[in-house]
Ligand binder design. Structure first.
Ligand code: ADP
Ligand code: MG
Length: 335
């Protein structure tokens, strides 16, 4: 935590499983993090590391069955979210926690104007008149940098470019004044220049609106410029977490270091990036007793194969789940 104020959202030891024909898949295995007002948390990790499932779980969007929250707690403004009714969860999502997904299920409806798609949630959640809701919708489009916002309300989604559509999605997510915005790889499909513009807008909004923002990406380079803190996930675990300075200057987990190694030059062209880390994240049929990264790790030793490390303190605002200690360059001696 960056300061002493209470977090808006506090997730502790969250666990989720999916029932499948082959048995339970343990997708999230004890995830703990929090977010404060005005703060941007970057969540990174390869595809399959449990980023989306974690966020879906806390928004009550996991389909159950097959998914089940198997443990942990989710406090929003100090109150437990688990166990709330579907109606309460809808209210939370509509009015308190905004989200932008790459998922087509939550993207724009081609048959309605963009204005309609922003005005409707505003009217529903804030109870504004049509006229007031429309004025607010235009302000929001303006806020996310859509030129000629008032007129563009009457346009349909296909009349916007991909980047502009993603801005509209952000405007919709912001329409009810959320205290937390969760963005799950929303720019992955966009080209690098447009991505940079959207990140710029979001960073700006965080300051203007004072929300907490959770930005999910498989691209560690992308969070370098925008995040305050970074949480690195692997196999449904948080393997490292720290301020952006710490993560980029003194990464402590071999996985984080490997991810950083795939960014030869943070400002360089993507084409120059190294392929990836050898191997793949595991699909876990039970909660791991060894370190789930051990099979791919450059620093693996005996303890890693018999004991799954929990997160340990490294420095102020920095923790890691690893049995290797890069500060001394030998095995960590603590428990
Ligand atoms: P990320 O967002 O980091 O790419 P996800 O959170 O989507 O990863 O998925 C994490 C893991 O959860 C996947 O590797 C997969 O094993 C499991 N998972 C996700 N959805 C399902 C499902 N519907 N059925 C079974 N397993 C699933
Ligand atoms: Mg995902």
């Amino acid at each position: 935590m960056l300061d002493g104020s209470d977090p808006i959202l506090q997730v502790s030891d969250l666990k989720t499983v999916f029932a499948t024909r082959d048995g339970d898949v343990h997708a999230v295995n004890g995830v703990t993090f929090s977010i404060q007002a005005g703060e941007l948390l970057g969540v990174v990790g390869e595809s399959g590391s449990g980023k989306s499932v974690t966020m879906m779980a806390l928004m009550g969007l996991l389909p159950s069955p097959p998914a089940k929250i198997a443990g942990g707690s989710i406090l929003y403004q100090g109150r437990e979210v688990r166990g709330r009714s579907a109606k309460e969860m809808r209210r939370l999502r509509g009015g308190e926690i905004g989200f932008v997904f790459q998922d087509p299920m939550t993207s724009l409806n081609p048959v309605f104007t963009v204005g309609y798609q922003i005005v409707e949630p505003i009217r529903k959640h804030l109870g504004l008149s049509k006229r007031a809701a429309r004025a607010r919708a235009a302000d929001l489009l303006d806020l996310v940098g859509i030129p000629d916002a008032r007129r563009r309300l009457d346009d349909f989604p296909h009349q916007f470019s991909g980047g502009m559509r993603q801005r509209v999605m952000i405007a919709i997510a912001l329409s009810c004044d959320p205290k937390v915005l969760i963005a799950d790889e929303p720019t992955t499909a966009l080209d690098v220049t447009i991505q940079a513009q959207i990140l710029e807008i979001v960073r700006d909004l965080r300051e203007k609106l004072g929300m907490g923002i959770i930005w999910i990406t498989h691209d560690l380079g992308l969070v370098a410029g925008i995040a305050d803190r970074v949480m690195v996930m692997y196999a449904g675990h948080v393997v490292e977490h720290g301020t952006v300075e710490r993560i980029f200057r003194a990464p402590q987990h071999p996985y984080t270091r490997a991810l950083l190694g795939t960014i030869p030059n943070l400002t360089g062209p993507r084409a120059e990036r190294l392929a990836s880390i050898e191997g793949q994240p595991p699909i876990l049929m039970e909660e791991p007793r060894s370190c789930p990264f051990a099979p791919r790790c450059s620093h693996v030793f005996n303890r890693c194969r018999v004991e799954n490390p929990s997160r340990r303190f490294v420095a102020d605002g920095h923790d890691v789940a690893c049995w290797w200690d890069f500060r001394t360059d030998e095995a960590y001696r603590g428990g």
